[in-house]
Design a protein around this ligand. Structure first.
Ligand SMILES: *Cc1c(COP(=O)(O)O)cnc(C)c1O
Length: 403
């Protein structure tokens, strides 16, 4: 059986983790700080703040922006549940919009969904391919849209417009107009979950790029307190003489990253461009080349003159099939001992969101993408021979169903 997404694991990572364990710092400490600096240098953002997961990062930033009841947050219908669930946690309203044929959030759909209650847009770089951020920024900066923005907190007032909080759970290392994801929007959140391109087992990071008059370094300090129960001193500061007393300035969260996670992350980031992305691109190219000649295959866009993917997962679509036929093809692929997936079942189809009143016919492109989509494995240890085996399994299964 070819598995779907085993993490890359080797002695370099194991050694880094063991070193962290014996260092005595197993919670947030010097390694986390160092990893943050490395991430800042890598993505080109102003400041990076590491957290316990991508979900925690998204929620922390919504809370920081003061999102709550009565606020609307625009989210693509085609994403993982984390993107929308965090909005629900804050008590705000999720406003789903449709995506385009390249899986990214449709900017014309965003425009139609904006109301005076809209506070945040969360674009998602599905499969690692960056969204059209120039178009999204042009929209939030348009005078008529700025004029209807109704700030309710100090942060919202300073922003003076809709916040762009990108979900880059898939796209660390992707490019848009010569800039990396991480430096493209006001706030960008990475996930380092076990199946993601760069993993710390569980983990995430917030890339902070807020415009003036925000002080990004001051916000880092604020987030540090907010992610540690609102406590004014961390374990490191409290080791200093006379520094034991601390205060709680807000009922904060427990969203900090550990140095064990950071040790893994640094080992991965050091070789991410030179090794991980090189292998992932080679797998994408091999799939693209193999499926190119089949008229039933619709290949995903992953490199253009302005956008380059981080090659997270390969979203193959089969032309002219129904959802039932897609499911049958997936069964055929599994019978051939290859694990595949579907990224993603659109959220309005999920029980919670369906019961909340969202209707799938409102998101026709999301449904079309989903109904014909099969996600092929992409990971470091997937060899060329395994890629060829995946291709054979897909071709065999498709040709059984589509004649
Ligand atoms: C994985 C993922 C997340 C959440 O990341 P966690 O680190 O697992 O919390 C958010 N959005 C998308 C699109 C994801 O795939």
């Amino acid at each position: 059986m070819i598995p779907f997404s085993p993490p890359r694991m080797d002695k370099k990572i194991a050694d880094a983790v063991v070193e962290a364990l014996y260092s005595g710092w197993i919670t947030t400490g010097p390694r986390t700080k160092q990893f943050e600096k490395m991430l800042t240098a890598y993505g080109g953002q102003k400041v990076t703040f590491c957290v316990s997961s991508g979900s925690a990062g998204l929620e922390l930033m919504l809370r920081w922006f003061g999102i709550g009841k009565g606020d609307e947050v625009i989210v693509p219908a085609y994403t993982y549940c984390a993107t929308a669930n965090v909005v629900v946690h804050c008590g705000a309203t999720v406003v789903f919009v449709d995506v385009g044929k390249d899986f990214d959030i449709a900017v014309d759909a965003i425009e139609k969904a904006i109301t005076p209650h809209t506070k945040v847009i969360i674009p998602v770089d599905i499969a690692g391919f960056p969204c059209d951020y120039d178009a999204i920024h042009a929209l939030v900066q348009r005078v008529d849209i700025r004029e209807q923005f109704r700030p309710a907190t100090r942060e919202q007032e300073l922003m003076g417009r809709i916040l762009v909080l990108s979900d880059a759970a898939h796209s660390i290392g992707g490019w848009y107009n010569g800039k990396r994801t991480g430096s493209l929007t006001d706030l960008t959140v990475y996930s380092f979950h076990a199946v993601k391109n760069l993993t710390t087992a569980e983990g995430g990071a917030v890339c902070i790029n807020l415009p003036l008059p925000f002080d990004n370094d001051a916000i880092y300090k604020e987030l540090y307190i907010k992610s540690l129960h609102g406590q004014t001193k961390d374990a490191l500061a409290k080791t200093q003489i006379g520094n034991w007393r601390y205060d709680i300035v807000e009922p904060g969260y427990k969203y900090n990253m550990t140095d064990i996670q950071a040790a893994m992350g640094m080992a991965e980031l050091e070789r991410y461009d030179s090794d991980m992305l090189v292998r992932r691109k080679a797998i994408f190219d091999r799939y693209a080349e193999a499926f190119f000649s089949y008229s039933w295959a619709q290949l995903p866009l992953y490199e253009t003159s302005t956008r380059v993917s981080s090659y997270h997962v390969f979203l193959l679509r089969i032309n002219g099939i129904t959802e039932e036929q897609r499911d049958e093809i997936i069964r055929g692929i599994f019978i051939r001992e290859v694990a595949v997936n579907v990224h993603f079942v659109p959220l309005p189809m999920m029980t919670y969101y369906k019961d909340a009143g969202y209707r799938m016919p409102d998101y026709p492109v999301s449904y079309d993408n989903y109904s014909r989509e099969i996600t092929l494995p992409v990971y470091y240890d997937l060899t060329d021979e395994m890629v060829d085996e995946v291709v054979r399994a897909v071709v065999g299964a498709v040709e059984e169903v589509v004649r």
